[in-house]
Design a protein around this ligand. Structure first.
Ligand SMILES: Nc1ncnc2c1ncn2[C@@H]1O[C@H](COP(=O)(O)OP(=O)(O)OP(=O)(O)O)[C@@H](O)[C@H]1O
Ligand SMILES: [Mg+2]
Length: 223
């Protein structure tokens, strides 16, 4: 359901060109998880941003099956989309858990989680989306604003938000970075369950060995 072929990305660095990613390839089937593993600065966030259509690759192809994942399912060539098409693809089909979370400070927990449904005209799925606050251990926090939450609580809100609209692809950047071992397992269970049940795909950038061990495939990046 996700196919990454020979992806390269570079940035101008003064007079030089910095090759941030070179020739990255991997595949992910429906219901599967890929862990992106590598030291700080190796390009993990960049790779997620490319798959999610926030950046465009300089070479290579990124293809995502956005519904159903059978022979006749629609496939999106993410690398070839226009800016407006990338926005639509991202809004409808991608759930992002950003490394720095990006919760909206003027919205409550509940409003943050429901935002993807608002943007997609899917308000009828609100109960299902808010139902995930329980398994994530944050049901009591629905009326709070993000600045009244701990880092780990904010992280779990960001995960509930990424899953709200049942996206084809969940891209999670260090989703357990702020969590103790028990809550890391909780979050991983929630992400894995969603992906398995929806036959979606999950790409998770992580330094957490336990998380990487649970993945179907590990994408190793070098600096
Ligand atoms: N806009 C930019 N211009 C130039 N270089 C950039 C830009 N954005 C990122 N980089 C560089 O690209 C490299 C990869 O960055 P990226 O954020 O993808 O790494 P990462 O693997 O996610 O690191 P971390 O584990 O610290 O989050 C870094 O060396 C970073 O400095
Ligand atoms: Mg990063």
């Amino acid at each position: 359901m996700l196919q990454v072929d020979g992806v390269a990305f570079q940035r101008a660095d003064g007079a030089r060109v910095r090759h941030i990613l070179r020739d990255v390839s991997f595949r992910l089937g429906p219901g599967q998880v890929a862990a992106v593993w590598g030291p700080s600065g190796s390009g993990k966030t960049t790779l997620l941003n490319l798959i999610g259509g926030l950046l465009r690759p300089d070479a290579g192809a990124i293809r995502v099956v956005v519904e159903g994942a059978d022979d006749r399912s629609p496939e999106v060539a993410v690398h070839a989309l226009s800016r407006a098409e990338r926005l639509r693809y991202r809004r409808r089909h991608v759930g992002f858990v950003f490394q720095f979370l990006n919760l909206l400070p003027t919205l409550t927990v509940e409003e943050n989680v429901l935002l993807p449904l608002e943007l997609n005209g899917l308000r009828d799925r609100a109960d299902e989306a808010l139902g995930r606050l329980g398994p994530l251990g944050i049901a009591d926090l629905a009326r709070r604003f993000p600045d009244a939450l701990s880092g780990g609580e904010q992280q779990r809100v960001a995960i509930a938000r990424a899953l709200a609209h049942a996206p084809a692809l969940v891209l999670a950047d260090e989703p357990t970075g702020n969590l103790d071992a028990d809550n890391a397992v909780r979050v991983a269970d929630c992400l894995w369950e969603q992906v398995r049940d929806a036959r979606a795909g999950l790409v998770v950038a992580t330094h957490n060995e336990r998380l990487a061990e649970r993945a179907d495939t590990v994408v190793r990046l070098r600096q």
